[in-house]
Write a protein that binds this ligand. Structure first.
Ligand SMILES: Cc1cc2nc3c(=O)[nH]c(=O)nc-3n(C[C@H](O)[C@H](O)[C@H](O)COP(=O)(O)OP(=O)(O)OC[C@H]3O[C@@H](n4cnc5c(N)ncnc54)[C@H](O)[C@@H]3O)c2cc1C
Length: 321
């Protein structure tokens, strides 16, 4: 059984800032996430988008904000347990014990839940069955991996068009296929993509993928026409995600639909368990990165005095260190 002062469930922006904050307070930290990369919704859905409403950054690309958050926490060496889900919460000698899907157990001074929308699962492309990791991806952690690829993007929302914008400078070709002739994406983004050498195929579906060990081609069927076979190295299926609280729903937390109810200290109804970010609810809650940052600081400072009753709630100013 590992011991840690604060276990943070969720490595989205709120969890990453909480990791910095707990380190700043001299607390040891573990950060757990089901996803293989830190960054939560930002890494999964909009790493290439410019974010305009984070204090101190007139504009910052999603990917860069995540890199900065990881760098900010790095001096305190948080233990990252990525690609593994937090499954159960129990208590031993009054302390929370988290059990992870890989069998790891963490005895914690406090738990901070920053689980966002819960675990999110991509909507699957039926034709892609069997090709996961072999030319089909649901988000693109590193753009460079697709350099010189013939890329086929499936979807008509913001993510699909954002991937088209991000990938066209380095891919050999980009084709975007959507089953309707109208898009959910912002009109301005659609307009920018239309001005690029990106082929947009509407009223069409990807019906079959070809390739032995990896995808090499796809068949695109336009309504009322015969199927067309195009060369493909990577299919980016941008069909959206479904969100589910998953095991957190069974921890005995007081919930309102998919949200954890907290007090003004970010405490939940369970002893030594706090929550912050998109997952929480209280009157007036606004789901933004900036709000999550503030809640993370409140949660960690209030956890600090529960872990060590001699500690002060106010941490002092970081600039005075
Ligand atoms: C397309 C898009 C654009 C956006 N643009 C902006 C913007 O411009 N400005 C802004 O302020 N906000 C924006 N948002 C909202 C912003 O992304 C969220 O407010 C923010 O990501 C919330 O951060 P979080 O850390 O609370 O949760 P999340 O980012 O959702 O991270 C939660 C993490 O918890 C993990 N998790 C959940 N359950 C478990 C479990 N049991 N075990 C392990 N891990 C678990 C998940 O895998 C996930 O990685 C945007 C959102 C989207 C979708």
């Amino acid at each position: 059984m590992r011991e840690v002062d604060v276990a943070i469930v969720g490595a989205g922006p709120t969890g990453l800032f909480a990791a910095y904050y707990a380190g700043f307070r001299g607390l040891s930290v573990a950060v757990i996430d089901t996803l293989p990369e830190p960054g939560g919704q930002i890494s999964a859905m909009y790493p290439e988008k410019a974010i305009l409403d984070v204090g101190g950054f007139p504009t910052i690309k999603g990917r860069d904000l995540v890199t900065n958050l990881v760098a900010q926490a790095a001096p305190f060496a948080p233990l990252y347990l990525l690609g593994v889900r937090a499954e159960t919460l129990s208590y031993r000698d009054g302390l929370p014990v988290l059990a992870l899907a890989d069998g790891t157990e963490l005895s914690c001074g406090a738990v901070l839940i920053t689980g966002g929308m819960g675990g999110f699962t991509p909507r699957l492309l039926p034709a892609a069955t069997g090709y996961l990791g072999a030319g089909i991806v649901y988000f693109v952690p590193r753009l460079d991996d697709l350099a010189d690829h013939d890329v086929l993007i499936v979807g008509g929302g913001d993510s699909a068009f954002d991937w088209a914008l991000a990938l066209h400078p380095l891919a050999r070709s980009v084709t975007l296929v959507h089953r309707r002739d109208r898009f959910r994406a912002h009109a301005a983004t659609v307009g920018r993509v239309r001005d690029l050498p990106v082929r947009i195929v509407v009223n069409a579906q990807v019906t079959v993928l070809h390739g032995d060990e990896r995808v090499t081609a796809a068949e695109i069927k336009i309504d009322g026409a015969t199927a067309e076979r195009v060369p493909v190295d990577t299919v980016v299926a941008a069909l959206g995600f479904t969100a589910d609280l998953g095991p957190l729903a069974d921890w005995g937390l007081e919930l309102d639909r998919r949200h954890v109810l907290v007090t003004s200290t970010m405490a939940t109804n369970l002893p030594r368990v706090f929550a912050a970010g998109d997952i929480v609810d209280y009157p007036g809650k606004v789901r933004l990165i900036a709000t999550g940052f503030g809640e993370a600081a409140t949660a960690v400072n209030n956890a600090a005095v529960i872990i060590d009753p001699a500690a002060h709630l106010f941490p002092g100013h970081s600039s005075e260190g």
